[in-house]
Design a binder for this molecule. Structure first.
Ligand code: HEM
Length: 394
């Protein structure tokens, strides 16, 4: 029904197309050649090797997974190459940050069963020093916060002991949680993701064709990109994709303690989201409840591979497992901006008990690492995980 509405209303249709263009920078070039940098050549060579699929939790490998992941990875690299003409090389998506802020992530595990008190949730009241980066989802160049966009919140807990999932960063002491300001992702399957990126490469005509044949996906994009945001510090953020919590699957969310405001200020300027954060954190602390939603019932109702499907909150409500406090602070300094630029977040900076699940996350396992290596190499920047709030020794 929503898709019909989209197709009947040309302004919806146009906006969805514009939104689509804004997510991925259009490029007309071939994706067949992977990556010139020898450091990168092998990352996607076998996208599904090196880790176990959790079939018991509903994971299922796509027959074309390695090739499709390679094609998506090449697209992102091409986007970056296109932008390298203007250094520094920024992230190909989520390029603009509103700020990276210091936070305390304090565990509150009393509402979950003992068998789920694992990983970072093992010890009640434990406090993790964390960095949080708030971003717009668009590629470099789409400067204004008033453009249609998705918003990101990336949390990095520090001093988390134990081997991590990425072979190349197994000994790092960080655990990341990446979220966006919508409870579902917009692409249902890996095939569709590749069809979509191919459409983006074909420019407007490709996108028009995509919208015609995939109105549901186009509507998902439109819905996410046109959400109004007043201030990242009062915005609800969601993992959209599932993760392990010990023996089961969960989704997670950062819900602001203060009631969410969804209206953009009338006189919003191009950087109004950073300005709103500065204003708040000059005056007071900000706070979120970090919550998990357990997967229950059938895989049809709560799938692991399809992140476009909402897990019904009435069947499984979100449960609080931590409090995130962002203390009053000054964060918008040039040094801290540079620090934010050189950070790398990935869902795979994770303990095995918090392993990302589903095809979207499996693609991200390859792509985030490739992109991070590429942009740090281009920028001649150190690529290492932080261990404290000191940004001067980086
Ligand atoms: C297959 C699907 C996806 C792909 C290919 C993808 C790709 C990327 C890439 C390449 C980056 C830049 C990484 C870097 O340069 O270090 C990025 C950043 C980011 N992505 Fe995704 N992404 C996907 C899905 C998602 C989903 C489902 C979410 C959240 C629900 C998400 C949230 C973010 C956030 C918050 C950042 C910014 C991280 C930071 O602050 O550095 N992405 N994504």
């Amino acid at each position: 029904m929503q898709a019909n509405k989209l197709m009947k209303n040309p302004s919806y249709f146009t906006l969805a197309l514009i939104s689509s263009i804004l997510i991925y920078s259009c490029n007309q070039q071939s994706t067949s050649s992977s990556v010139d940098n020898p450091n990168l050549a092998s990352i996607s060579s076998n996208a599904t090797s090196g880790y176990q699929i959790d079939t018991d939790l509903g994971e299922k490998i796509d027959p074309n997974e390695t090739a499709s992941t390679k094609a998506i990875e090449a697209d992102f690299i091409q986007t970056l190459k296109d932008h390298t003409k203007n250094p520094p090389t920024q992230r190909p998506v989520h390029a603009k940050h509103h700020g990276v802020v210091k936070a305390i992530f304090k565990i509150d595990n009393h509402l979950i069963d003992d068998k789920y008190k694992v990983g970072i949730f093992a010890e009640n009241n434990k406090e993790y020093k964390s960095w949080i980066r708030f971003s717009n989802g668009n590629p470099p160049g789409a400067a204004s916060d008033t453009s249609p966009d998705v918003r990101g919140m990336a949390i990095k807990l520090m001093n988390v002991s134990g081997k991590k999932l990425l072979d190349s960063e197994a000994n790092e002491q960080t655990q990341d949680f990446l979220m966006m300001n919508n409870s579902t992702f917009f692409i249902k399957s890996l095939d569709l993701y590749v069809t979509f990126t191919d459409a983006v490469k074909d420019g407007l005509s490709g996108l028009a064709k995509f919208a015609l044949f995939h109105p549901g996906t186009t509507y998902n994009i439109y819905k996410i990109f046109t959400k109004q945001v007043a201030n990242p510090l009062t915005t609800d953020f969601f993992s959209t994709t599932p993760y392990k919590l010990g023996s089961t699957a969960i989704k997670f969310r950062a819900k602001p303690c203060q009631e969410e405001s969804q209206s953009r200020p009338a006189n919003a300027g191009p950087n109004y989201l950073r300005e709103a954060m500065v204003k708040t954190l000059n005056q007071k602390d900000a706070c979120y409840n970090f919550m998990v939603q357990f997967r229950k019932g059938s895989l049809n109702d709560m799938p692991v591979e399809d992140s476009t499907k909402e897990w019904d909150e009435s069947a499984s409500p979100y449960i609080k497992v931590a409090t995130i406090t962002i203390p009053k602070q000054t964060f918008d300094t040039p040094e801290q901006q540079k620090f934010a630029e050189n950070l790398s977040f990935t869902p795979w900076h994770a303990l095995p008990v918090h392993k990302p699940l589903g095809f979207t996350n499996r693609v991200r396992r390859v792509v985030y690492e490739t992109i991070s290596i590429f942009r740090h190499t281009q920028n001649n920047a150190p690529r290492r995980e932080p261990s404290d709030f000191n940004i001067n020794n980086r």
